[in-house]
Design a protein around this ligand. Sequence first.
Ligand SMILES: CC(=O)SCCNC(=O)CCNC(=O)[C@H](O)C(C)(C)COP(=O)(O)OP(=O)(O)OC[C@H]1O[C@@H](n2cnc3c(N)ncnc32)[C@H](O)[C@@H]1OP(=O)(O)O
Ligand SMILES: O=C([O-])CC(=O)C(=O)O
Length: 377
Amino acid sequence: MTMIAKGLEGVLFTESKLTFINGAEGVLTHLGIPIQEWAEKSTFEELSLALLDAELPTAEELARFDAELKANRAIPREVEDLIRNMPKGVNPMQALRTAVSYLGLTDAESEDVTPEARRAISIRLIAQFATIIAAINRVQEGQDIVAPRADLTHAGNYLYMLNGKEPTAEQARLFDIALILHADHGMNASTFTAIATSSTISDMYSCIVSAIGALKGPLHGGANEQVMVMLDEVGSPENAVDYITDKLNRKEKIMGVGHRVYKNFDPRSRVLRDYAAHVAGKEGKSNYYQILETIEKTVVDRIGDRGIYPNVDFYSGTVYADLGIKKEYFTPIFALARISGWCASVIEYSKNNRLLRPDAYYIGQKNARYVDLKDRK
Ligand SMILES: CC(=O)SCCNC(=O)CCNC(=O)[C@H](O)C(C)(C)COP(=O)(O)OP(=O)(O)OC[C@H]1O[C@@H](n2cnc3c(N)ncnc32)[C@H](O)[C@@H]1OP(=O)(O)O
Ligand SMILES: O=C([O-])CC(=O)C(=O)O
């Protein structure tokens, strides 16, 4: 009997040294180091470099990488103009996809697919994603673009470019941790898409534009925005049980819960839940957190036995909202972090490339004859 791995579940198509996930036990490691340790001890810059080179950097290597990121933060004038001329009210992920595609046109090295060029382009992309996303957000809000600063961390500089004022050290670190938690996650749909594009030996910008498109969907990165839409629909904690029960009775999916690999818990959602609780502790911010807690309990009571628990998208939004980020930008923020994982995975796969080309089991007609248009009913 022909076996079809629907959704490619459980299919191993390559080897990787970057990320290990044990979904049954809620384990996630990068280079063998648990995600909790990366979140507690490291920075987004360090994790990005570790992923790109598949090894822990020395202090000197990290300082050089950090300087390279800072030197590459500014985006070309043409890309700024493109962002300024985008229609108002566009979907920010479409805007990001368009801006990154255009950025490729301005990069003289963009068609170079050697490992050295792929790595150099990756550094520029990691640096410039932040500038592009902040610029899109500000222009769409009718504000001027804020130029990047080289004296702030990657996370701190993003919040500065977004809000036009320097974040507190606590805000910058909280955002840094959120970026760490989202930086890479094995063969998720967007990383797989980036690799599929790169397997044809296409250019780095095409790989990343494909990945942005895959991340955008509500079954993947787009779920974080949908969680916030759900929270607003629920309105207050008292409505949460009925809201979720109705949805489940109608066989509708609850956003921010369930995962292809985690069937017990997603370790990133645990870390984010703690930060969401911290944020909720602040005056006037507790409503969202209470609704989320009630939704989590209701979902776990109803369908937890089917392995459905909060994923990384469930609690992230309340943390972002506290940093002044609007829900329409939650998914671009995911991309701001995941660019490191996308680039690292493309670089790793390219070293031992083979064209990705799965197959479909044919269930259509056989031996059919062409019928002239005039004879068709
Ligand atoms: C960063 C990330 O990408 S994390 C994931 C973000 N996405 C979301 O939060 C969207 C909501 N979640 C989902 O849609 C799913 O859990 C996915 C797509 C993430 C993974 O699911 P898959 O492994 O493909 O499982 P699939 O969608 O086939 O669901 C299996 C069963 O569980 C149910 N189920 C899965 N997730 C949910 C959910 N969120 N709410 C309700 N039921 C669910 C399905 O309805 C299905 O039930 P059935 O067997 O009766 O038809
Ligand atoms: O791994 C997945 O399928 C989705 C996910 O959690 C991520 O990309 O972070």
